[in-house]
Design a protein. Sequence first.
Length: 164
Amino acid sequence: MSFLFELHPQSQRIANLLRQRGEKIAVADGATGGLIAASLLTIPGALDFFVGGGVVYSFRARDVLFALPKDAYKGMRGASEDYALLQARAMRDNFGADWGLAESGSVGGSSHPTGAAAGTSVAALVGPLGEFTQTLETGSDDRIANMESFTRNALDLLETTLSQ
């Protein structure tokens, strides 16, 4: 069974929660490479709750998608709570969404530009209920397995928060 098929039931629950609340989300995929957005877009009529997103995999992509001054990142490193929260806020604000969800991590297989350990991911969610983060450390250098684990971590944070 493919990964998106596995995530589909959870994505459906998330879609239902967002629709019930009348809220929309924007997503910044980092080390997840677009899998968070892709999982939410498996839901027919996703336009009801999904505004947009992007894969933030380079400093150039970060600068274009978040449209923040370079000094906004001063003292921050990737795969950290403050960095992921900054991204989630920017997604929410720049896309005019109720919620911003961002994932920042080091997926492994190569060195991370800021030195973050492979297998480390931070999911950040910002919206009407507040600001939330959830860190995952797999301890693994398995790139594909980490991408899947990081995606599940972000979706778990989203579903748990919306279920409050």
